[in-house]
Design a binder for this molecule. Structure first.
Ligand SMILES: Cc1cc2nc3c(=O)[nH]c(=O)nc-3n(C[C@H](O)[C@H](O)[C@H](O)COP(=O)(O)O)c2cc1C
Length: 321
């Protein structure tokens, strides 16, 4: 499959999954390189786990860092190990927003709005200056990803993290140009996409992982997701990677389904022409093919199954599974 200047050797994606293998200072270790080297065999597109773009955006202890120049050396070994397998290497860029604490980061947490929910409310409601700093943080992280030799970056806007907090009407109660209508709730995303594109040039890939729906009362809906998808394509996103919003990467009521976000990805695909990744609950290759043949997805993310059996992709491609 061809995406921009890149040819993917197959439609399998290793979705971003925190591997708990980073070292002191949250850097790449040999253990991490071996892990990705094994996991990316026979995979078209490998997305390295969420890495924090700036110190205050760190989600948890041991998270991989892309927040400083010193990270580049280890990250370049990681990108190289993945590319040696013939897989394209992407790294997920993230800012945790309010879903972290001062004890993890050493800073007060940032977020879109003050909320009644203690777990989601930030210490500081972001000013336009804070927003500009975050945009610049993503830009600098993308620059480091390019210095390390990655084929592209993925912007993390799912699973309650900062960009998801701006996207979701549950967590975004702002009355300025970053709140209210969906066009405003994705303004930050569009600013980041523009800035990252300027930084990485037209040939490298920008993926965006969208927590499309919250599956919660008053949460984001398919209309929001479609509107956002159209705007992201127009802004230059190359691949849309669909997951859950404030619900996390899974919706309990759908967890038994192969491709549990596929109804949503099918609807979104009707409105955009960039490739869409469907991830969630896929454990067998027939189901994966069916999702592609029924216009629910262009690319298939296989997460937990690959974690359990890193040979899964090889077995499926060699028809020994
Ligand atoms: C251990 C673990 C770590 C994860 N870390 C991330 C992450 O860093 N970024 C992200 O966007 N999703 C993360 N996810 C979600 C996965 O990318 C994927 O969406 C989820 O596992 C559902 O796909 P599956 O059913 O194929 O496993 C993680 C999931 C697991 C199980």
């Amino acid at each position: 499959m061809i995406v921009g200047k890149f040819t993917l050797k197959n439609r399998l994606v290793l979705p971003p999954m925190a591997s708990a293998t980073s070292g002191e200072q949250d850097t790449v270790t040999d253990k991490m390189i071996n892990y990705y080297s094994e996991m990316s065999k026979d995979i078209g597109l490998t997305i390295v786990e969420h890495s924090y773009i700036s110190p205050e955006g760190k989600a948890h202890q041991g998270q991989l860092s892309i927040s400083k120049e010193d990270d580049v050396e280890g990250l370049s070994k990681l990108a190289n190990a993945i590319q040696k397998n013939g897989a394209k290497a992407i790294i997920q860029l993230s800012h945790a927003g309010s879903v972290t604490s001062e004890s993890v980061t050493g800073y007060k947490s940032l977020g879109a709005s003050k909320l009644a929910d203690d777990k989601l409310t930030p210490d500081i409601v972001m000013t336009t200056k804070d927003i500009a700093n975050v945009v610049n943080g993503f830009r600098l992280a993308a620059k480091r990803a390019m210095m390390a030799g990655f084929d592209g970056v993925e912007l993390h806007s799912a699973h309650k993290y900062l960009l998801n907090q701006f996207y979701s009407p549950i967590t975004n109660k702002r009355s300025d140009e970053y709140g209210g209508a969906i066009e405003n709730r994705i303004r930050l995303h569009l600013e980041i996409i523009k800035s990252v594109r300027e930084e990485i040039g037209k040939d490298k890939l920008i993926l965006l992982r969208l927590g499309a729906l919250d599956y919660m009362e008053n949460g984001s809906l398919i209309e929001d997701a479609v509107c956002a998808a159209i705007a992201f394509e127009k802004a230059g996103v190359d691949i849309l990677d669909v997951s859950g919003g404030l619900c996390g990467y899974m919706v309990k009521s759908k967890a038994h389904l192969q491709g549990y976000f596929s109804v949503e990805t099918k609807e979104m695909k009707k409105h955009i022409s960039i490739p869409v990744i469907s991830t969630g609950g896929i454990t067998n290759s027939d189901a994966a093919e069916k999702l592609i043949n029924s216009d629910c997805a262009d690319l298939i993310g296989i997460g937990r199954v690959m974690k359990k059996d890193p040979m899964w992709a090889s077995k499926v491609l060699n028809k020994t599974h």
